[in-house]
Design a protein around this ligand. Structure first.
Ligand SMILES: Nc1ncnc2c1ncn2[C@@H]1O[C@H](COP(=O)(O)OP(=O)(O)OP(=O)(O)O)[C@@H](O)[C@H]1O
Length: 419
C-alpha cells in the first residue's frame, strides 16, 4: 500500500462546524470519537473520530497516523468491518465518519454477564464473526495487531464490527518469522532479520521507553487498555523496528521476543480473546508488565473444567512458536475447520437475525431532539475548551465562557456524556 498522503478523493466532505454532537463515545490515544448527527443528511447518525493535530509533536505525525487509519478504512468492505463514510481535513483537525455501533463493545458486554463470562455458544458466534473479519484483513495483507474486546464493537444488528486500525500494518509479502521493509512514509513492516533479545533487555527497553508514554497515552476507560508501545510513532524505520505493539495481555511471544509481527500475532490474540470470553480473565496477566511478559513467554495457560473443543482450539492458538500456531500455515481456513466450529454455516453468519445480544434501539430522532433541547455542542468548542483547561494560568472557565461561548472541559464532557 502506498504512503497515504491525501484523503480518498471520492469521500464526501463534512463541515465540522455544522455537525451536532450528541455525546462522546470514547477517547483513545489518537482521537476522540463523538456520536454526531448531520442535519444536512437524511441518515445522519454516525461516529466521528476527531484527531486534534496539535496534540501530536508535529502535524506531519498526526497526519501520518490518521491518514493511515483513513487509508485502511477506505479499503474495507466487509459486514464486520467499518465503512468510511466521510472525511474532514482542516488546519487543526482530521476527522472521519464511520457507522455508529450502538451496542457498545465486547468488554462492556462481558461485564454485564453473570460471572462475567460468555457461554460457549455465544463465544462461537462472536469468534466466528471476528475470524471472518481478521481473514478479510489478512487477505488484504493487513495485520491488525490490536485485537482485544474493547476494539470489538457491537452494531445495532448485534453483529460485530472491529474498530481502531492505527496499529494495523501492511505486510509487504508473506513472511516467515521476521518482517519486511518499509518506506519511511508508509507503515509497512520490515523484512530484515532482527536479533533476538533476552528478557532482561526487553524489560529494560520497555521500562526505558514505555513508562511515561504509556501513562500519557493510556485509554480513559479501561486500565487494561494500555498499549505496550503506543508511543506516538514517527513511522521511521528505526523507530518501528524496535516497537512492541499491542496491549500487553494480548501481545504474542514473538513480539515480546522482538522476533517480528506476522499475521500469526492476530491468531495469538484471537486465542487470548476466546480465553477471556470463557474464563473472564486473560491467561498470562501478571502483577506488572514484566511478569505478564514472562508469563507470555514461559507459562502454560491453565484450563479449568473438562476438555472441550473450545479449550483445544484456544490451546492451539496459544502456541508460543508462531510457526506451530493454528492459522500460521493456511490462515483462517485452518481455524474454521476446527471442531469447535463444526456445523457452522459460515455463509449464513450475516443472516443470523437474532445474534446473542441486541442493542436497545436508540431512536435517531429522539437522540437529536434531546440534544437540540439541551443546546448544540460544537466539536471545535469542545477541543478549544479542552486546550484551555490544560494550560496553566489560562483564563478561568467562567471568564472564557463570558468571553465566548466556550465552556469548561468537565462541563462540556458532562454535557456530552449525560445521555
Ligand atoms: N463506530 C463507533 N461506534 C460507537 N463507538 C465507537 C465507534 N468507534 C469508536 N468508538 C468508541 O470510541 C473509542 C475510541 O475509539 P478508537 O479505539 O478508534 O480510538 P483511538 O484513539 O484509536 O483509541 P486507541 O487508544 O485504542 O488507539 C472506542 O473504544 C469505542 O468505545
Amino acid at each position: 500500500m502506498e504512503a497515504p498522503t491525501a484523503l480518498p478523493s471520492t469521500m464526501p466532505d463534512l463541515d465540522l462546524d455544522k455537525l451536532q454532537t450528541i455525546r462522546v463515545l470514547g477517547k483513545g490515544a489518537m482521537g476522540t470519537v463523538f456520536l454526531v448527527s448531520d442535519p444536512a443528511s437524511p441518515r445522519s447518525l454516525f461516529a466521528l473520530k476527531v484527531v486534534d493535530k496539535s496534540s501530536f509533536q508535529t502535524k506531519y505525525e498526526a497526519d501520518s497516523r490518521a491518514m493511515w487509519e483513513i487509508a485502511v478504512l477506505s479499503r474495507l468492505h466487509h459486514p464486520f468491518l467499518p465503512t468510511l463514510l466521510a472525511t474532514v481535513d482542516t488546519a487543526d483537525f482530521l476527522a472521519w465518519a464511520v457507522p455508529y455501533c450502538s451496542g457498545g463493545d465486547l468488554n462492556v458486554l462481558r461485564h454485564r454477564q453473570t460471572d462475567r463470562v460468555f457461554s460457549p455458544a455465544v463465544i462461537r458466534f462472536y469468534a466466528a464473526e471476528i475470524l471472518c473479519a481478521l481473514h478479510h484483513l489478512h487477505q488484504m495483507g493487513i495485520v491488525y495487531r490490536d485485537l482485544k474486546p474493547e476494539n470489538i464493537l457491537i452494531q445495532q444488528s448485534g453483529h460485530v464490527c472491529l474498530t481502531d486500525f492505527d496499529l494495523s500494518r501492511q505486510l509487504s509479502r508473506r513472511t516467515t518469522t521476521t518482517q519486511a521493509s518499509s518506506s519511511p512514509e508508509s507503515p509497512v513492516l520490515e523484512a530484515r532479520p532482527r536479533h533476538r533479545r533476552n528478557l532482561t533487555r526487553i524489560m529494560f527497553a520497555l521500562s526505558d521507553a514505555g513508562g511515561d508514554l504509556l501513562l500519557q497515552l493510556k485509554k480513559v476507560k479501561s486500565a487494561r487498555v494500555s498499549p505496550v508501545s503506543r508511543r506516538k510513532p514517527s513511522f521511521s524505520t528505526v523507530e518501528r523496528s524496535n516497537s512492541f505493539v499491542g496491549t500487553e495481555e494480548y501481545v504474542a511471544p514473538e513480539v515480546v521476543r522482538g522476533d517480528g509481527h506476522e499475521f500469526a500475532v492476530d491468531w495469538w490474540a484471537f486465542g487470548i480473546l476466546m480465553y477471556e470470553m470463557m474464563y473472564g480473565r486473560t491467561p498470562f496477566r501478571g502483577n506488572n508488565r514484566k511478569e505478564t511478559f514472562r508469563n507470555v513467554l514461559t507459562k502454560t495457560p491453565e484450563f479449568l473444567g473438562k476438555r472441550t473443543a473450545l479449550i483445544d482450539l484456544i490451546e492451539r492458538l496459544l502456541e508460543k512458536d508462531p510457526e506451530k500456531r493454528l492459522g500460521y500455515g493456511v490462515g483462517a481456513a485452518e481455524i474454521r475447520q476446527h471442531d469447535f466450529f463444526r456445523g457452522l454455516r459460515w455463509d449464513m453468519l450475516m443472516e443470523v437475525s437474532r445474534p446473542p445480544f441486541l442493542a436497545p434501539a436508540e431512536g435517531e430522532r429522539e437522540l437529536t431532539e434531546k440534544v437540540t433541547a439541551r443546546g448544540r455542542v460544537c466539536i471545535l468548542e469542545y477541543f478549544q475548551a479542552k486546550k484551555c483547561a490544560s494550560v496553566p494560568g489560562s483564563p478561568s472557565l467562567s471568564t472564557l465562557r463570558s468571553q465566548s461561548s466556550v465552556c469548561g472541559r468537565e462541563e462540556e464532557e458532562a454535557r456530552l456524556t449525560e445521555f
